[in-house]
Design a protein around this ligand. Structure first.
Ligand SMILES: [Zn+2]
Length: 88
């Protein structure tokens, strides 16, 4: 399932079969990926979900504090803590 909530009908336009196939393929490809949250660096609110293969830059406006911020996803990855004296 791609869309969890109903899309408002007044702004809806019919999706072409090609676009629908791309949406379904994107969802299917994402099933094996790990997902993480991106939070606003200004206010800490959740603003986007990122998959483990996300990379590059993107610009996003926070719906809470309205700050427009450019993100390099390489700098916003989860970093694993390395424990001293414990082998992994
Ligand atoms: Zn914010």
């Amino acid at each position: 399932m791609v869309q969890q909530t109903a899309v408002r009908a007044y702004r809806m336009k019919p999706m072409t079969p090609e676009v629908r196939a791309k949406v379904n393929l994107s969802y299917t490809e994402s099933l094996d990926l790990r997902e993480r949250e991106l939070k606003c660096p200004h206010c800490g609110r959740y603003i986007a979900s990122l998959f483990s293969d996300s990379s590059g830059h993107f610009k996003l406006k926070c719906p809470n504090c309205k700050a427009v911020t450019t993100y390099n996803l390489g700098y916003f990855r989860r970093r694993r803590c390395r424990r001293v004296g414990k082998k992994n």
